[in-house]
Design a binder for this molecule. Structure first.
Ligand SMILES: [Fe+2]
Length: 313
């Protein structure tokens, strides 16, 4: 069958026992409340997506799944023809729209959605440009960046923990227009053994972000982290200082990753879910040569605070 063309990550969804506490954290993280019901919290960024983070009320904190949007009803109907898919169903959450629910080979829920309401975007721009030693861009101007909640622009990617990476990646590639960017490997003879695969939207010559999903082998099940884009390095560091001042729990950051080159800053939400601010990631197209990365954990960081051992569990 023709593969479904994914437009963008829509949101990740979590279950948590206290929506107030989750909202307090996410506001400090740089999101805004889009809607709140008795049983759900729907948070947005500065873009036009109605929500990019969902929390559903429930006793046990856990990851519920990830959602993608598609550009047309046709693509949604296509998703409904994937084996095991539900029919196209109306979304009863605020924002509405229609969705198809899928279960991956490792048991993750993936929702494909179309037709949700949009909200008015709140574009943010810098009033200044950054000077580099090699290139000066700011003249008779000043930088004014306080340590405050840094606006989250949008969701960029999430990372699934699975037992069987090959089955999961094969499934994503068979049914969706996704293509590997890089691989995380263990040493093997003669070939390295793939433990993780970064997947991006397969848009040929068009440049897209290095990954929208990373599928990673783990003894755990769930989501290693979900990740939200912020404007630039100033935004990452200002947001970091703000989250620290509010007493939230730092996981790792800031620093720059090796694969994808992102500047990262990882925090733990009040229920132990890892959540990332990122900026300045690689953009790649079909001329990009995948890297089979075989290295030590500390080599995944180029500079900055290296992730703790628990990050690699
Ligand atoms: Fe990430």
């Amino acid at each position: 069958m023709e593969r479904v063309r994914l437009k963008w990550v829509a949101y990740t969804a979590y279950q948590a026992p206290d929506l107030d506490v989750m909202e307090r954290f996410l506001v400090d993280f740089g999101m805004m409340r889009s809607a709140r019901t008795d049983t759900g919290l729907f948070m947005r960024g500065t873009g036009e997506a109605h929500h990019i983070h969902v929390t559903r009320l429930g006793d046990e904190p856990k990851f519920l799944g990830g959602a993608f949007t598609v550009e047309s009803r046709d693509e949604l109907e296509k998703a409904a023809r994937i084996p095991g898919a539900t029919a196209v169903e109306p979304i009863l959450d605020p924002g509405g729209g229609f969705r198809v629910t899928l279960t991956t080979p490792n048991g993750h829920s993936i929702w494909i959605e179309h037709g949700a309401a949009k909200v008015a975007a709140q574009p943010i721009r810098r009033s200044y440009r950054m000077n580099f030693a090699s290139e000066h861009l700011r003249f008779n101007g000043t930088v004014r960046q306080r340590a405050e909640a840094t606006p989250v622009l949008r969701i960029g990617h999430f990372v699934l923990w699975v037992k069987d990476v090959v089955a999961e990646v094969d499934w994503f590639r068979k049914y969706f227009r996704l293509v590997p960017s890089d691989y995380i490997c263990a040493p093997g003879d003669p070939d390295p053994i793939i433990k993780g695969t970064f997947l991006r939207y397969d848009e040929g010559k068009e440049y897209v972000e290095h990954h929208c999903i990373l599928v990673n082998e783990s003894k755990n099940f769930g989501c290693h982290h979900s990740s939200y884009e912020v404007l630039d390095l100033d935004a990452v560091i200002a947001g970091h200082e703000h989250l620290a001042s509010k007493g939230w729990k730092l996981d790792a950051g800031y620093g720059r990753h090796y694969l994808g080159s992102l500047i990262y800053d990882y925090w733990l939400d009040p229920f132990g879910n890892r959540i990332e601010h990122y900026t300045d990631t690689d953009l790649v197209n079909d001329e990009y040569e995948p890297v089979y990365f075989v290295g030590q954990a500390h080599e995944t960081t180029q500079w900055g605070m290296a992730p703790p051992p628990s990050f690699f569990d």
